[in-house]
Design a protein around this ligand. Sequence first.
Ligand code: TMP
Ligand code: ASP
Length: 255
Amino acid sequence: MTAYSLGKLLYEGKAKRVHATDQPDLVAVEYKDDATAFNALKKAQLAGKGRLNCQISALLFEALAQAGIPTHYLGLGQGNHAGNWMLARPVRVIPVEVVIRNVAAGSLCKQLPVEPGTPLDPPLLDLYYKDDAYGDPLLTDARLQRLGLVTPDQRRQLEQQARAVNGVLVSLFDSVDLRLVDFKIELGLAADQQMVVADEISPDTCRLWDGAAGDSQDRILDKDRFRQDLGGVVEAYGEVLKRLQGVCPEPRVYG
Ligand code: TMP
Ligand code: ASP
């Protein structure tokens, strides 16, 4: 039994489905086992990934809420929605992917002469236009303005919120000996125009290195295991969840 009934499918992305419910201020987010990389050029089904990302996201959204950072998260699903479903406030997602980099890795090192593993202090903040058809290109200030995706005020708020998220997540992951190398978040506007952290925060959208594993590729506990064909993807995500569960309170269950 759930405290809501499902309505129509509002949106299907590469890793999630968002369903309407019988309540206008509630959507149900279903995390899928599909894994994609390189704008979906590479695809696989990884059994259990949806549940792990859902549970990890719930713990991280709770930690953000605890720190006073608003998110769309309202609680985990229960009954036949236990595991890979969460309930959320409906938001209009701003089509800008906000990436914060604490350590150089990934596209930064492909595009600029920066050695992988270089600490970035202050952390680098990059904005990308969220549109697969264009390959999520890096935005400049001028391009952002040209597209009119956010007002100057919203732009400031978006950066402020992303840096606050980074602060909370860096210390949380640090407390379980994981280094938050970089991550991507999406922000949305709720019905009352409040800007909230939306989408998911999981090893699909973060780079996490195990502090205890030295410099070898064993330290990689995120989607780079899939991107680089390292194997053990679901096991790595499981390790991230296990460590977070060791220090975080149980996430709310909706209803
Ligand atoms: P990048 O190094 O490929 O630019 O990725 C930076 C961070 O953003 C990394 O933690 C992975 C995450 N990310 C996503 O969540 N979705 C994406 O589509 C891309 C390209 C990166
Ligand atoms: N999320 C993107 C994709 O699914 C890119 C990536 O994460 O590498 O293709």
